[in-house]
Design a protein around this ligand. Structure first.
Ligand SMILES: Nc1ncnc2c1ncn2[C@@H]1O[C@H](COP(=O)(O)OP(=O)(O)OP(=O)(O)O)[C@@H](O)[C@H]1O
Length: 342
């Protein structure tokens, strides 16, 4: 278990982490989400004793990191996978770590097998691909068989096979009863991997809640309607106090009504429907809804994802979550006869 109470870090006038209270529990994969510069890495560094809190504290298994007798046996972390001497082999890198932490040498080969690096274990790490480097970093994190594991952006730059491997690994580690805390900007991946979330924005904890509850609380499901008579059906639905957004291709997104209700209205008035699909909100939509005001670094250009589409490809500007741009036109309640309001 990781527990932060009033955790605060200031760099000069800049408050990187601001009175953060959260708990990361065993048996779950807890996603740590936040826009760029929100304070995720600073928080993780404080958990690992690499940065000292300005005030408040954070404990691992009830003790602050400097009080842990054999840290690698208590908490394993992947923070910077490149932090390996390039001339050193994977096996020697792990041996050094094992020796300095009183971990038996046989564990080195066990973790090499676990991450699939046995065949290259004797080669210098400078020749490792990004994925191999991530696997070596994860081997180091697992070396002490710790009950608590932290991964900072573990799937960055990995191919689909590597991403799937890390996802299953994290879920298996949690299923074994370990505490797994993982930061990522990839919302679709987090939605598949994590069952609990801690969300941070400008150093403040915005949410500490279950995945489903987070999405339900911060985004709304809707129904996608396609009809060749959108210009007539849209106002009819809006007249029932349902919110109706009109997409550029004339598809209607209807909030506040079920597909059955919309289908009945359409049938009663003789409208032809080409599509009537309930759309569940995605983690990305909920995240952007909650954190939009806290995003510090924006890229230019449109960034709104198609509702319910998951992540899609990374947005311009480095794949960072963007603040939501203005919503599409809504058919107004005051325009029962039709017409759009921007
Ligand atoms: N050593 C430091 N000195 C001064 N400011 C720092 C230092 N480390 C972090 N910061 C500032 O603290 C804030 C939080 O940074 P942090 O790296 O923790 O964010 P993050 O959520 O990990 O961001 P990203 O998603 O971009 O990695 C930022 O404004 C950053 O500029």
């Amino acid at each position: 278990m990781i527990q932060a109470r009033g955790l605060t870090k200031r760099y000069g006038h800049r408050t990187a982490v601001d009175h953060a209270d959260f708990t990361v529990r065993p048996g779950h994969v807890t996603g740590f989400l936040g826009p760029n510069g929100a304070g995720k890495s600073t928080t993780m560094r404080m958990i690992l004793g690499l940065d000292r809190p300005t005030s408040g504290d954070v404990t691992v298994g009830g003790r602050r990191y400097p009080e842990l007798g054999a840290p690698l046996r208590e908490v394993g972390a992947l923070l910077d996978a490149k932090a390996v001497h390039p001339g050193r082999s994977a096996r020697n890198h792990l041996r050094c770590l094992a020796q300095s932490n009183g971990i038996p040498e046989r564990r080195v080969d066990e973790v090499l097998a676990l991450v699939g690096l046995e065949s290259v274990a004797g080669k210098p790490s400078r020749g490792f691909s990004l994925g191999m480097g991530q696997r070596l970093g994860i081997a180091a994190a697992l070396l002490g068989d710790p009950p608590v594991l932290m991964f900072d952006e573990p799937v960055n730059g990995l191919d689909p096979e590597g991403i799937l491997w890390i996802r299953n690994l994290m879920r298996n580690l949690a299923a074994e009863g370990r505490t797994v805390f993982v930061s990522s900007h990839l919302m679709s991946e987090m939605a598949l991997t994590a069952d609990h979330l801690v969300v941070i924005g400008r150093g403040r904890i915005l949410a500490d809640t279950g995945m489903r509850d987070f999405i339900d609380a911060n985004a709304t499901s809707h129904v996608l309607v396609r009809t060749p008579q959108a210009g007539h059906l849209g106002p009819l639905l809006a007249a029932r106090d349902w919110r109706v957004e009109v997409e550029a291709d004339q598809a209607l997104r209807v909030y506040g009504a079920s597909a059955d209700q919309i289908g009945d209205v359409a049938a009663d008035h003789g409208f032809r429907l080409h599509e009537l699909s309930p759309v569940q909100p995605s983690l990305e939509e909920a995240f952007m809804q909650l954190t939009g005001d806290t995003v510090e670094y924006h890229a230019g250009g449109p960034a709104r994802p198609a509702a319910g589409s998951g992540d899609g490809p990374p947005a311009a500007g480095g794949g960072l979550p963007q603040a939501p741009p203005p919503p599409p036109p809504t058919i107004g309640d005051d325009l029962h006869g039709g017409g759009h309001r921007a």
